[in-house]
Design a protein around this ligand. Structure first.
Ligand code: DOR
Length: 438
């Protein structure tokens, strides 16, 4: 689509990084934010801008997802960089940090280069790869962390699996300091979760499914916080799901330990009860938990204990889910339903709209923080990349397999009506998604 200047007019502009929430126009030019100000007062340009009318809509920085699975290379039947970035754009995301549990995994410069090249040639939004902590994600020896940093990773993680060996995690946190990159922990004490299918508790007992206790997440979170204190390394906790984890992060932050955390939309909106009908689409790791956990996660978001909302978009092919519960893959396809799910919480009065946008923009940008070249993301300050999301907070849509761009149709929200619909996503000054456009 055209790379003309774009004038977005009449919308409610929300940019938490600038503490802005008011009716303003926004002018994008040459891939950057050129001007923002009072409606109808945009400076005139030699080239007439394309006008996007956003009356009744919210205009905000493009969302940044710290945690998604694009599955390429190796699992292209589940998702590709082409389909995943389009799904991201449809969900209002302009930056996706992709996890390294591919095949081969992102543990060498060659594979990171491949992802970056593919994203450039086939992706429609920014893709920032996350490299492995350990070689082959086997949890034995450290990956070439320096080489990965030079190749352009924005963090390290063995996500999908924890780093069970504490000494290895200690070394990862020590070495990561050299590149100022976060080590992203998938907190799970495997000896407590082995064979587990869902949250441990009364529902699991009733369904006859083996449970995974919240404590399996919490004891690993506690260990990693202790190691962050020991090493001074930057720790980021992926997909925290329990009240106990929120409390651990709160206390660690109070002590000045360098820790940040993310939560997914599904852990904020769905409980273990979603598994009642043995719906394999509700099978996810960490598992959906309880109302008490949700209340604590929401409070953690409000207080800033939880820095970011990340999707953990985990697309799977139909065969991975159309089987008995115990054999089904873990994961929820989440890029396209994130905003609508979060708007439910806004409409229920649980979260302020501005806070949700902060945790999707400035929050994750802060986690990517000290990373050179990544500054200016997550805000609409003049001079920032022209990454913009326009959404209709009242727009309703029905989640169906056909409605999803992602190859992963695996969401427990199939058949649910969501309120909150992306109208257009602009990346680097180009419209990369427009509702209704082919
Ligand atoms: O449910 C999950 N799916 N949790 C993970 O940690 C990994 C992910 C995947 O890669 O499918």
């Amino acid at each position: 689509m055209s790379n003309n200047p774009i004038l977005i007019t009449g919308g409610r502009l929300i940019d938490p990084a600038q503490k802005l929430d008011k009716k303003m126009d926004l002018l994008l030019k040459d891939g950057h934010v050129f001007w923002l100000g009072e409606e109808g007062k945009a400076p005139s340009l030699p080239e007439a801008p394309t006008i996007l009318t956003a009356r009744g809509k919210v205009v905000c920085p493009g969302f940044i997802d710290l945690h998604c699975h694009l599955r390429e290379p190796g699992f292209e039947e589940k998702e590709t960089i082409a389909t995943g970035t389009r799904a991201g754009a449809r969900g209002g995301f302009t930056t996706l940090c992709c996890m390294p549990n591919t095949n081969p995994p992102l543990d060498s410069r060659a594979v990171v280069d491949y992802v970056i090249q593919k994203a450039r040639s086939e992706g429609v939004i920014r893709v920032l790869p996350i490299g492995c902590i350990s070689q082959g994600r086997r949890g034995e020896g450290l990956a070439e962390m320096g080489e990965l940093a030079e190749a352009g990773v924005v963090g390290y993680s063995d996500d999908g699996a924890p780093v069970s060996n504490a000494r290895l995690m200690r070394h990862a946190l020590e070495y990561s300091r050299g590149w100022k990159l976060p080590v992203i922990s998938h907190c799970e004490e495997i000896s407590l979760t082995e064979g587990g299918q869902m949250n441990e508790g009364a529902v699991a007992t009733r369904l006859g499914l083996k449970g995974m206790p919240a404590e399996a997440e919490e004891c690993m979170a506690a260990r990693d916080i202790a190691l962050a204190r020991l090493t001074g390394g930057r720790l980021h906790l992926a997909h925290i799901s329990s009240a106990g984890s929120v409390e651990l992060v709160r206390r660690a932050k109070e002590k000045g330990i360098s820790v940040t955390a993310e939560v997914t939309p599904h852990h904020l909106t769905l409980t273990e009860e979603k598994v009642m009908g043995y719906d394999t689409n509700a099978k996810v790791n960490p598992p959906l938990r309880t109302r008490t956990d949700i209340a604590a996660l929401l409070q953690g978001l409000r207080e800033g204990v939880i820095d970011a909302i990340a999707t953990d978009h985990a697309p799977h092919a139909a065969v991975d889910k159309m089987c008995e519960f115990g054999l089904a893959a873990f994961g929820i396809s989440g890029l396209e339903t994130a905003l609508g799910s979060l708007m439910t919480l806004v409409n229920q009065g649980e979260l302020e709209l501005g806070l949700v946008i902060a945790r999707l923009t400035s929050g994750p940008a802060g986690v990517l923080g000290g990373i050179p070249m990544k500054s200016g993301l997550g805000t609409l300050k003049v001079g920032s990349p022209a990454d913009v999301t326009i959404f209709d907070p009242k727009g309703e849509w029905l989640v169906s397999e056909a409605s999803l761009i992602s190859k992963g149709k695996n969401t427990p929200l199939l058949g649910t009506k969501l309120k909150g619909k992306v109208i257009a996503t602009i990346f680097g000054g180009r419209v990369v998604y427009k509702e209704g456009a082919p």
